[in-house]
Structure formats: structure tokens, C-alpha cells
Design a protein around this ligand. Structure first.
Ligand code: 4AD
Ligand code: MG
Length: 448
């Protein structure tokens, strides 16, 4: 069943030059004879004509196959070939207002590279079915557009930091310590001992800033999140930065610049993809051109109280519903600083000007996308950190190496982590973070 078409293609064998669908849709090939290869996205036939919509990595194009314009054998193949069959075509490019994208290909050669079996995905299938079929569903127009945008986002992050003199620095993925709380650690058998998958790159980055000063990284990050929300993955990609000599204010400004830089790169490179996803491009452009405000946690509670009639007790972390309500009063992401010290991770320092709070921040996205960045200045108070770790039952010996960093030429330093999928979800206005990563891992899923 699954073999190549017996007539080995003279297209494949020859050094044919191929055009891509985007070149046709750009109008660069009108009235030309071209060779094109790709997959059948949709097809219907009636009598002596087949209308097939073809896709390649760059777009979709209507191909019209008329009996008489090509050999009878090829016409029969065109009629028979099901959705997702791989094909090579030759034809004339014509402008046609009725075709998607405004152009069509009038086909004179139709070579099937492989006749596809009936494709299991048809319209209106449940999200769970599509997740089971993820290896096939990643060909959909929706996921293709998301993955192109994700590629731009990842490229933009590297570009942003490298253009500003940051070095890329890699930390181990297997780590003996927690950093963001022991409850979300993934334990790994390590020979006859145990270790954990990285929750963050941060602690190792703090070792490296004493030589490299400004560093960044983007890598897989693991959290055994027990919550089944549309914002949590068990494996996600975090883009982190750490810098010596920078304080809280400095890094919030870097984070704002980074997010705007990424938005601008996506707006420059992915207008079509944003269109496929139905994203409001004007809104994104407005955000990319705006100043992002910074407020304190205490101010956030005031806004919630005065404008939303919500009473949040001072000292409680903001929940999703509160973040969403707060963002009703802004049309850009907002940086919130100075969360209550006692609910924060052990490494976040006390603000000497407001000692009940920490020198930390979250950046919260509008449109109910929640926290996209989290970061802080780093504590230099070894005794304070030891106390906080002991309170959560950690063995201090595991952190002695980290405390060493405060003993040999310590300097103020700060850093943050940006959740790549959180950002991609927001940019693409996805319903669920699972569609921001090719093969999602959650509490309930690690296949395919
Ligand atoms: O706020 P978090 O936990 O911060 C840290 O891990 C710091 N050590 C980073 C640093 O200072 N270098 O995580 C950072 C970001 C969050 O703002 C969120 O965007 C994302 O990572 N994130 C998740 N994304 C998807 N699924 C999850 N389970 C996530 N947990 C955090
Ligand atoms: Mg956080």
C-alpha cells in the first residue's frame, strides 16, 4: 500500500527548479509555467475536472486539473489521490479572483509521489482526538502558523540578547536542587541516587555572571504542575537572562524591551500567519508601540479594590482571576513589582525601602493571558536564604555551593525568565497553551 508511485517521477530524477506557493501568491509567477510540489490539502472532482488545493510550507494554492490538459493516466491519478497525498505538479499560473489567494495553477502534469490512505482527521474533531493525532495534526494550517510564529519568537530572543552583548550560557538539565519550590520537581533516577529535571536555569546562571556578567539561555524546563489549566505545561521552554550589576528596575526595562522586540519581529515576519489565526494585528502593533507601565503589588490591590470592588488580603499572591481583572485597566502588558516577601521563593531579597516586600516582578499580559515573565534581584543574605530553605524542609548542604557565590566577590545581580509558550499563546491568541508547543506534555499527557 504505502510505496512510491511505480512510475518514478522524472521530476524527482531531474534537476527541476521548484517554485514555492508564496512566490505564486506574491504575483511573481503569473503567466509562467512552473513546477510545484507539496501535499493535497483539499480535493473535489466532478466529471472531467478536479479542483485540488495544494499546500507547501509557505501557503495554499488552488490547482485545477482538466482532462485533456494532461495524460489520461495522470488525470485518473489526480481524481483518485486523497487528501495528504504527496504530489508534484507542472502548470500555468493564472490570476483568478475566486481562488483562495487570488491565483490558481492550471495543471499539465500531475505526479503522485505517494497515494495517502484515508486521513484520520476530518472536520470538527475533539481537542483530545487532535492531541492523540498530534503527529498528523501538526500539518494543519493553524499549527503550521503557530509553529512559524514560534520560530520567529525563538529567533528574536537570541537576536535580542546577542545584539546587546549577552553570552549564551548552558546549565545542566539534571539538577540536585529545587529553586521554585519542591512540590513541582520531577524526580529522576540517577544510577542508584536521585536527582531532578531543571525547574529553572537560574541558580547556575548566578554562578556564571561572575565571569560572563551578562548571559541568557533558552531551554526546556520541567514542572510537575498538579493543576490542569490552559496555562500550565509540564515541559515548557523558558528564556532566561541574568546579569551582574543590574537591579530590579534595570531588568524590568530589559524585559519590556525584549517583549516589544519579539512582537515587532513577529509583526514584520508573520502577518499572514497572524491572519490565519484570526489575530487582531492592529492591537498587537499598538502594544509593540506603547510604553508598558510598572506598578507595585500594593497598587495593584488598590486598583482591584477601587475599580473592581475586589478585596484581596495584603500578603496573598495574585490569582489568575485577579490578574485578569487588573489587566482590564491596561491595554498593554504590565509589570507588577514588590510582591509580599513571605510568599516568594527563598532567593528573592527584601526591599530595604519596603521590607514587607521583595525586589521581584511579574509581567502580566493583557487579554487574560496572565504571567508571561517572572524575575527578581537576587538575595545576598545567606542567613535569610538558609532560614527560608529550612522552613520548606530543604537540606542546606545541597545549597552550600550556591552560598559560596555570595562569599567571593559578590555583586548585585538580577534576572528573569520568560515563558516561551505563554508568550506564543498570547501573540497567537490561542485558547490553550498546549497549541503553543509541538508535542505538549501535561499532567495527563506525554504521548505521542
Ligand atoms: O516565574 P517563574 O517560576 O520564574 C522562575 O523560574 C525564575 N527562576 C526565572 C528567573 O528568574 N530566571 O517562571 C518564569 C516564567 C513564568 O513567568 C511563566 O511565563 C513561565 O515561566 N512558566 C510556565 N509556562 C508554562 N507552563 C508552566 N508550568 C510554567 N511555569 C512557569
Ligand atoms: Mg512566577
Amino acid at each position: 500500500m504505502l510505496q512510491l508511485h511505480p512510475v518514478v517521477s522524472d521530476f524527482i530524477m531531474s534537476k527541476t527548479s521548484w517554485v514555492r506557493i508564496e512566490e505564486i501568491l506574491d504575483g511573481k509567477k503569473t503567466e509562467n509555467i512552473v513546477n510545484l510540489r507539496g501535499w493535497i490539502y483539499r480535493t473535489r472532482s466532478s466529471g472531467n475536472i478536479v479542483f485540488a488545493v495544494i499546500r507547501d510550507a509557505t501557503g495554499i494554492l488552488q490547482a485545477t486539473v482538466k482532462k485533456g490538459n494532461l495524460s489520461d493516466e495522470e488525470f485518473e491519478d489526480a481524481k483518485k489521490a486523497l487528501v495528504e497525498s504527496s504530489i508534484e505538479l507542472k502548470g500555468d499560473v493564472k490570476e483568478d479572483k475566486r481562488a483562495p489567494g487570488g491565483y490558481e495553477l492550471r495543471v499539465t502534469r500531475f505526479n503522485v509521489v505517494q497515494f495517502a490512505e484515508p486521513f484520520p482527521i476530518v472536520e470538527d474533531q475533539s481537542p483530545e482526538f487532535l492531541l492523540d493525532q498530534r503527529h498528523l495534526w501538526i500539518r494543519s494550517q493553524k499549527l503550521t502558523s503557530v509553529l512559524k510564529i514560534r520560530s520567529t519568537v525563538v529567533g528574536a530572543i537570541h537576536k535580542f540578547f546577542r545584539e546587546r552583548g549577552y553570552f549564551e550560557f548552558d546549565a545542566p538539565v539534571l539538577q540536585p536542587n529545587q529553586c521554585e519550590g519542591g512540590s513541582t520537581l520531577f524526580e529522576v533516577k540517577y544510577y542508584d541516587k536521585k536527582t531532578y529535571l531543571a525547574q529553572t536555569w537560574q541558580l547556575y546562571a548566578e554562578a556564571a555572571v561572575f565571569s560572563l556578567e551578562k548571559i541568557y539561555n533558552m531551554g526546556p524546563t520541567f514542572r510537575a504542575e498538579k493543576s490542569k489549566t490552559s496555562r500550565h505545561l509540564s515541559e515548557f521552554w523558558m528564556a532566561e537572562m541574568e546579569a551582574a550589576w543590574m537591579d530590579l528596575y534595570d531588568i524590568t526595562e530589559v524585559a519590556k524591551d525584549e517583549v516589544k522586540f519579539i512582537l515587532n519581529e513577529v509583526l514584520k515576519n508573520n502577518k499572514n500567519d497572524l491572519g490565519v489565526l484570526g489575530r487582531d494585528i492592529k492591537k498587537l502593533q499598538h502594544i509593540a508601540d506603547s510604553k508598558f507601565p510598572t506598578i507595585t503589588y500594593t497598587k495593584a490591590l488598590e486598583i482591584l479594590n477601587e475599580k473592581e470592588n475586589m478585596n484581596v488580603e495584603w500578603g496573598k499572591d495574585l490569582r489568575t482571576i485577579e490578574e485578569n481583572k487588573l489587566l482590564n485597566h491596561f491595554d498593554t502588558p504590565v509589570v507588577v513589582t514588590n510582591y509580599p516577601l513571605e510568599v516568594m521563593a527563598f532567593y528573592k531579597p527584601k526591599d530595604p525601602k519596603d521590607p514587607k516586600t521583595a525586589l521581584c516582578f511579574d509581567m502580566i499580559a493583557p487579554e487574560e493571558y496572565g504571567e508571561i515573565v517572572g524575575g527578581s534581584q537576587r538575595s545576598i543574605d545567606i542567613e535569610y536564604m538558609k532560614r527560608r530553605l529550612k522552613e520548606t524542609g530543604e537540606s542546606i548542604e545541597n545549597y552550600e555551593w550556591y552560598f559560596d557565590l555570595r562569599k567571593y566577590g559578590s555583586v548585585p545581580h538580577s534576572g528573569y525568565g520568560l515563558g516561551v509558550e505563554r508568550l506564543v499563546s498570547w501573540i497567537c491568541s490561542l485558547d490553550n497553551i498546549k497549541d503553543a508547543i509541538p508535542f505538549p506534555r501535561t499532567m495527563l499527557r506525554f504521548r505521542p
